[in-house]
Design a protein around this ligand. Structure first.
Ligand code: DGY
Length: 334
């Protein structure tokens, strides 16, 4: 008999078709965001719960779906929306989607770096609005990338994919992780054993460290002040790593010349003050949003669920494991 599964968001048509072949699948047809209580109600009886980073899967959801729920599969590398301790305690297996999205996320990081440094929002608006007076020698002068120092906070797989692309733009790479990478992974990047040291070295500072309660608010007033004057901040990780008051203040005072943000606290209800700023380039959490990547993420979950059904331990299993084996946010799985 097929396992019962509930799909909380609409995946690509190709992946949904594959899921239908393998599971007795119910889904959230209209793709509306479901609060935990609604997930618990609609997924009643499910043995597999398929979610994304937009669903909060807390202990109550898991308890409500006991004893049937065997696995939670999230179409995301981040798992800060899942109560891992509760999953561990209840013996629920949790799968995620590392690796396959690293290149796509790194592309968006570079898109944000380029648009923040070269004033992409203002440039687009000038042309689109009909306000372009024609070419001008001092029009929309931005920051060139060549020769600048790019600091990467969280040099996991995504951070390293960003570094690879950034090197091609002539940027000098600096990074901070809990531990220093091996030389073949570091590829000549300068290691900073303290985040504050990285901030002080970063003319462009990119947040690529995964979210989680441990890092919430870590980029605060004091830390933003350490970025050299005129610097740029980019975030592709999770919005809650950044203190919005601090970032908005620094953008208004021009301590930071620009920012590029793909992620926000309290998505999609972002801090409205960002919308009024010309020197911030905004994208709606599209790091992994390519056809190829979303299909690859879906396949990774399908293969992982198949492996679990065969009694194997898939590479993308997060829990249950011994807690010391769960990757730390600043290592490996970033
Ligand atoms: C991830 O994979 O964690 C991305 O942020 C998409 O949710």
């Amino acid at each position: 008999m097929m396992q019962k599964a509930f799909l909380c968001r609409r995946f690509t048509a190709a992946i949904e078709a594959e899921l239908r072949e393998r599971f007795d699948l119910s889904l959230n047809e209209d793709d509306a965001l479901l609060p935990p209580v609604e997930i618990a109600r609609r997924a009643a009886g499910a043995e597999v719960l398929l979610v994304t980073a937009t669903e909060v899967v807390d202990a109550e959801v898991m308890r409500a779906l006991q004893p049937g729920l065997k696995a939670i599969a999230t179409l995301s590398v981040g798992y800060d929306h899942i109560d891992m301790a509760a999953a561990q305690a209840m013996g629920i297996q949790v799968l995620h989607t590392p690796d396959v999205l690293s290149n796509a996320c790194a592309e968006i990081a570079m898109l944000l770096v380029l648009n923040a440094c070269r004033r992409g929002y203002e440039a687009d608006r000038m042309v689109r609005s009909g306000a372009w007076p024609g070419w001008g020698p001092t029009q929309l002068l931005g920051l060139g990338l060549t020769g600048r120092r790019l600091g990467i906070f969280g040099m996991g797989r995504i951070g390293r994919a960003i570094a690879t692309r950034a090197r091609a733009f002539g940027l000098e790479i600096h990074y901070h992780n809990r531990t220093r990478l091996a030389p073949e992974l570091e590829q000549g990047a300068t290691y900073h054993d303290a985040l504050d040291g990285l901030l002080a070295a970063s003319e462009i500072f990119v947040v690529a460290a995964p979210g989680g309660p441990g890092l919430a608010g870590i980029i605060d007033h004091e830390r933003i002040a350490r970025i050299p004057a005129g610097g740029v901040l980019v975030n592709i990780s999770r919005g809650d790593l950044i203190n919005d008051d601090a970032l908005i203040g620094a953008l208004k005072s021009k301590h930071l010349s620009a920012a590029g943000l793909d992620v926000f606290a309290n998505e999609p209800a972002i801090d409205p003050r960002y919308r009024a700023l010309d020197n911030v380039f905004l994208t709606p959490h599209i790091g992994s949003a390519t056809h190829e990547t979303r299909n690859a993420m879906g396949w990774l979950l399908i293969r992982g669920l198949e492996a679990l059904a065969d009694g194997k331990v898939p590479e993308n299993l997060l829990s249950p494991r011994r807690s010391e084996d769960i990757p730390h946010p600043l290592q490996g799985r970033a």
